[in-house]
Design a protein around this ligand. Structure first.
Ligand SMILES: [Zn+2]
Length: 223
């Protein structure tokens, strides 16, 4: 059985890749280059895929720059501010990003004969992204399968896990070292400063969440 991982090279999708490698006969990864602020994400995604010995397909989606209203795509915006069009959401929110990513992944899965698509979406720790919820992905899966006469399942192993539990899962899957040393989540593109929880500036929301999760994980494992 073949699985396709929607793969950013971050902590969550790297954990999903390790999880999938331990469960499926054949695994491939798909990374989107959509004009992220930092090339390091793509570099690490390629590197991690090669460490796992799996194919990494990169698709360029330049249209996000035209649709742009996310601080994730604009180096001049404050990544920690509220979203400028949707004040209840973080500035890093990219409208319809997951809808587009998952739709393209579903088409690519049909091409390569994958019956499972695995994503690291998570609604526990960071509920700021409305397209990272089960109630969003389930109807999307149904619609895509109806629209293509397919039976491809989306699997999201991290959906209800905290970041601490995601670290624990990586440990259980035997891939914690790769997650710490290679995965990149920092919004500021810092892949120079190393901490016990991995590389990052230590100041942005993504780093804070990762550091907090790591501390919780260490606490729960020392008791
Ligand atoms: Zn950071």
């Amino acid at each position: 059985m073949k699985a396709l991982i929607v793969f950013s090279g971050g902590q969550d999708s790297t954990t999903c890749l390790g999880w999938a490698k331990n469960r499926f006969d054949s695994v491939e990864t798909l990374t989107f280059d959509y004009g992220q602020r930092h090339d390091i994400e793509i570099i690490q995604a390629k590197k991690i895929a090669s460490i796992f010995g799996v194919k990494n397909q990169i698709f360029n989606i330049n249209i996000f720059k035209e649709l742009q209203n996310s601080a994730l795509l604009d180096k001049t915006s404050d990544i920690n501010a509220p979203h400028k069009n949707k004040p209840n959401l973080p500035a890093s929110y990219v409208p319809n990003r997951n809808a587009m990513f998952f739709t393209i992944a579903h088409a690519y899965a049909q091409k390569i004969g994958a019956s499972k698509i695995i994503t690291g979406i998570n609604q526990t720790d960071y509920s700021g992204y409305p397209d990272c919820r089960e109630e969003f992905i389930k109807p999307l899966e149904l619609a895509l399968n109806i629209g293509s006469e397919s039976k491809i399942n989306f699997i999201y192993p991290l959906i209800h896990l905290t970041k601490a539990e995601t670290f624990k899962l990586a440990k259980n899957e035997g891939i914690l070292d790769i997650v710490i040393n290679e995965s990149h989540t920092c919004y500021n593109g810092d892949h120079q400063s190393f901490h016990s929880w991995g590389y990052g500036c230590g100041k942005c929301q993504a780093c804070k969440l990762r550091e907090h999760g790591w501390n919780k994980y260490k606490q729960s494992n020392s008791n």
